[in-house]
Design a protein around this ligand. Structure first.
Ligand SMILES: C[S@@+](CC[C@H](N)C(=O)[O-])C[C@H]1O[C@@H](n2cnc3c(N)ncnc32)[C@H](O)[C@@H]1O
Length: 234
């Protein structure tokens, strides 16, 4: 059972501390490296904001922040509440890219940033981990400039009746087993499976975004619906 409220916050933080050094390796292996394409596709949605600044929330080891800077050299503020994830990511960035990325250890549900500062906000595989999703979305709306764009990349569940049972088997059996061996923390990957299983249907999250004041809200499933990319504008 996934803990809720404050307990979930603490639990999530502890799990990411535990897997921080193996996070990138496992992401690549477990997704057959398609995760690079998902982030590339997400960053492409920011083409209209070549100058930035962009905010990457739940930035973790900075894979999406890096992709954003690679597509166009622009300032990216990278927020995560797990110091170890940020620290590990930062230690591996070299050269020019490091100049554009500012890591900030902070809470996505209570951003340590002033109102209306960013042209674009990205959250990759982070919204599902928030203990209060609505509060996180409110904060995103607050720090976005009018006309600014929010991009949420998140796991979803394939709808195809042939794929769906295979995916469930992979998620609940193979993934915790393999990732448990490599990371040494099987519980972290049981949590991943459960949190994907228990997350909102895409239409529900999209409706939540609309209710909170985002406009032009759209979502598109990718890779048979294993992930969904949501877009919205302030
Ligand atoms: C699955 S990782 C995603 C990392 C990265 N965005 C990526 O594309 O791989 C989720 C990250 O969200 C962070 N996180 C979860 N809840 C958070 C919160 N309330 N505030 C800030 N970061 C949070 C975790 O520490 C973790 O690094």
């Amino acid at each position: 059972m996934i803990p809720t409220g404050r307990k979930k916050r603490r639990f999530v933080q502890d799990k990411f501390v535990s897997v921080s050094k193996k996070y990138d390796l496992l992401n690549g292996l477990l997704s057959c490296y398609i995760d690079h394409y998902w982030r590339w596709r997400t960053a492409r949605e920011l083409d209209e904001f070549k100058e930035g600044p962009i905010l990457d929330i739940c930035a973790g080891t900075l894979p999406l922040s890096l992709e954003i800077v690679r597509q166009a050299a622009r300032p990216v503020a990278a927020v995560d509440f797990c110091y170890e994830m940020l620290h590990y990511g930062t230690s591996r960035i070299k050269g020019k890219e490091a100049e554009y990325i500012s890591p900030i250890c902070g809470d996505g549900e209570n951003l340590p940033l002033s109102d209306q500062r960013f042209h674009g906000i990205t959250v990759a595989f982070g919204v599902r981990n928030l203990s209060r999703v609505e509060q996180g979305l409110r904060e995103m709306l607050r720090v976005l400039l009018p006309g600014g764009k929010l991009l949420i990349l998140e796991f979803s569940r394939p709808k195809n009746p042939l794929i769906s049972p295979i995916y469930r088997l992979y998620l609940h059996k193979f993934l915790p087993f393999m990732a448990g061996i490599i990371s040494g923390d099987r519980e972290a990957y049981h949590y991943l499976a459960e949190s994907i299983q228990g997350f909102y249907e895409p239409e529900v999250l999209a409706e939540m975004m609309r209710d909170l004041g985002f406009r032009e809200v759209k979502y598109r499933p990718m890779t048979m619906g294993i992930v969904t990319l949501y877009t919205g504008r302030k």
